[in-house]
Ligand binder design. Structure first.
Ligand SMILES: [Zn+2]
Length: 285
């Protein structure tokens, strides 16, 4: 086993929502501004937490049975798998969104595999049933802040509010909070203040499909299948139909190649690796 590294001083090809990061030859990272995609939230879109929770409560079916005891999101009994098999964690950011997220959940369900969804709180408030469905399928629900905020640009109180409000909302929906955070815009994972402030591991990625930029299923498929290896964390966004198109090809092909598709926390657990607050991770092993 190779211990998970803290990537505080590494380089990264970054989150695709407002900027694309390119790795310079010298190993430094250069930020290149790109147009803001439609999924980036605006303050006007932001419901209050009370409104969001109310929406969730209204959305939940009265007949839905309540669990007698809440089960921690990330501490279920691990399914038995062949640990010699390669494994990867598909991660989907920015959702949920009606239409595309449903399709991705259908693909996962049909293939009997799971993924990790790093949700925006404001989207979860709009589509709590999708969060509930993902959780019910065994997927992991991760925290991508309430309004897709750059944590490095917020004061401590606002940054914590962006994270804890999502945890409260997910707790309302699933009965369990999030144990992982993916900071929006790829920012904060090398910021000592953010790393100290956020009391959850920060999860980055080793494969950036740039699906948000290309909106091209063929390119997204190639971005994964041409380079995938054991321990990869793969970044996609479940708010695009083209990403759902790509997932329909990627998931069966990974399975055909012998990969186990697991959540981020499962992958680290299977590999005997720790996930610790104050650290950022972009692959397992
Ligand atoms: Zn994002």
């Amino acid at each position: 086993m190779v211990l998970a590294a803290c990537f505080l001083c590494g380089s990264l090809v970054g989150c695709g929502s407002q900027a694309v990061w390119q790795e310079a030859p010298a190993g430094q990272v250069v930020e290149i501004p790109t147009p803001t995609p439609t999924s980036v939230p605006t303050p006007a879109e932001t419901p209050s937490l009370a409104d969001a929770v109310q929406q969730v409560a209204e959305a939940m079916l009265p007949s839905e049975p309540e669990e007698a005891e809440a089960t921690p999101t990330d501490a279920p009994a691990l399914p038995e798998i062949d640990l010699e098999s390669p494994m990867v964690a598909l991660t989907f950011d920015d959702g949920p969104l009606s239409g595309s997220t449903d399709r991705i959940l259908n693909i996962l369900e049909q293939n009997g595999v799971v993924a990790t969804f790093f949700i925006q709180g404001k989207q979860a408030a709009l589509y709590p049933e999708l969060v509930a469905r993902a959780y019910g399928l065994g997927c992991q629900i991760g925290n991508h802040t309430y309004n897709h905020k750059d944590l490095t640009a917020l004061n401590d109180q606002d940054a914590l509010q962006q994270i804890e409000s999502v945890n409260e909302l997910v707790m309302q929906i699933t009965g369990a909070g999030c144990s992982l955070v993916r900071p929006p815009h790829g920012k904060g994972w090398r910021d000592s203040r953010v790393l100290e402030l956020v009391t959850y591991p920060l999860i980055m990625w080793s494969i950036d499909t740039k699906d948000w930029s290309t909106r091209n299923p063929t390119k997204t498929i190639a971005a994964v299948l041409d380079v995938v290896k054991d321990g990869d964390i793969i970044l996609m966004h479940d708010v695009y139909t083209e990403t759902a198109d790509a997932a329909e090809k990627i998931i069966p092909e990974l399975i055909a190649r012998g990969y186990k598709l697991v959540t981020v926390s499962e992958m680290f657990s299977y590999k005997g690796l720790e996930l610790s607050a104050g650290h950022a991770y972009r692959h397992a092993g």
